[in-house]
Design a protein around this ligand. Structure first.
Ligand code: FO1
Length: 329
């Protein structure tokens, strides 16, 4: 039984690779619980949209648009076009099929009183995600990752200006504003779900997927009960770096890490995870710079090629991790 802490488009690739490897194994022995980030969830047009959860469910169901990395393959955008015609600045790309998920989820939660965990399980079943792969939201509470930016007009020495939702920063503003800090709105009142906590407790081994540490994994780790549960299992937790050199494999990880005072590198990522992970997998290209620094954090370091461009790579990294987990027992 393995648990994966996941969020974002990089981690869905690994999760898909692992699912392929575990397919056909006896569920009890080899099932997978994917604990999903909720910090990128956003309310738009009266709908509750959960991008990381949906990306994981669509990915495991084989309906994800893999080129874009989000949404449903072959989707159309008539709804969005009509919103624009109706005078709305519709900056978030909601596909017509994808829209059905958000409408139903919002209806089930707001009128049906269902939790995000229940609604996610419903979609996983409808979209035929294998029963031994569970997608579990880290919390049923609303948590939003907020990006604090500088006032662009004043240049470098600027005073703190705006604060915007992660999606607004990344999609609407194309990740351009300079980032001053990141916070998780609602995290103090949020509690991990009992399903997510049980998955961590019952897993033989736990993987932190190669997602953005601050925006894809950070909100989950910021839940006190999850962090404590992982810290207890530290020896069984292996994190996968999403960095090669000082750049992220994809997305704004370097920008967010610097903003929260962590070096944008594999060593910085190790520092970020040191309390919850006993090992880290870094890219072979980072061997020289990172290994020594990381060992000082009382972490075991392993090196492999962490890039995933297609199914073969996803399975290769998945296999590497499963072998590593078995060997280091
Ligand atoms: N990412 C974009 O860059 N542009 C979009 O218009 C966009 C729409 C979108 C709709 C549904 C969904 O599930 C994800 C979507 N994403 C889009 C991806 C998303 O912004 C991020 O990649 C994740 O939230 C990262 O964790």
């Amino acid at each position: 039984l393995i648990a994966v802490i996941a969020g974002g488009t990089g981690s869905v690739k690994l999760v898909r690779g692992l699912a392929l490897l575990l397919e056909g194994k006896r569920p009890k022995e080899e099932g997978m619980s994917v604990i999903a980030n909720v910090g990128d969830n956003i309310w738009l047009y009266g709908l509750y949209i959960c991008p990381d959860i949906d990306t994981l469910v669509y990915g495991l169901a084989g309906i994800l648009d893999e080129k874009r990395g989000w949404g449903i393959r072959g989707d159309t955008f008539s709804f969005l076009d009509q919103m624009k015609r109706s005078g709305v600045d519709a900056w978030f790309g909601l596909g017509d099929r994808d829209l059905a998920t958000h409408v139903l989820r919002t209806e089930m939660m707001k009128r049906g009183g269902k939790s995000l965990t229940e609604v996610t399980a419903y979609f996983a079943e409808k979209f035929r995600v294998a029963a031994d792969s569970k997608v579990l939201p880290a919390t049923d509470s609303e948590v939003e990752t907020m990006i604090m930016t500088y006032d662009d007009n004043d240049g470098d020495a600027a005073v703190a200006a705006g604060e915007m939702h992660l999606q607004e920063f990344w999609v609407k503003n194309a990740g351009r504003p300079k980032v001053r800090g990141v916070r998780y709105r609602g995290i103090e009142q949020a509690q991990a779900t009992k399903q997510a906590l049980a998955a961590i407790k019952n897993a033989d081994r736990i993987i932190i997927a190669p997602g953005n540490p601050v925006s894809s994994i950070g909100p989950t780790l910021a839940l006190k009960d999850i962090k404590a549960a992982l810290a207890k299992r530290r020896a069984d937790v292996v994190a996968v770096s999403p960095m090669i050199g000082n750049a992220a494999v994809s997305g704004p990880a370097a920008k967010y890490l610097s903003a929260v005072g962590v070096q944008a590198s594999a060593a910085g990522v190790a520092e970020f995870y040191k309390e919850v992970a006993g090992s880290i997998v870094i890219d072979g290209r980072d061997r020289e710079v990172a290994s020594k620094t990381i060992k000082r954090l009382d972490m075991d370091v392993y090196e492999t090629n962490i890039t995933m461009q297609g199914r073969q790579d996803e399975v290769r990294l998945g296999r590497y991790l499963l072998l590593l987990l078995r060997k280091s027992r």
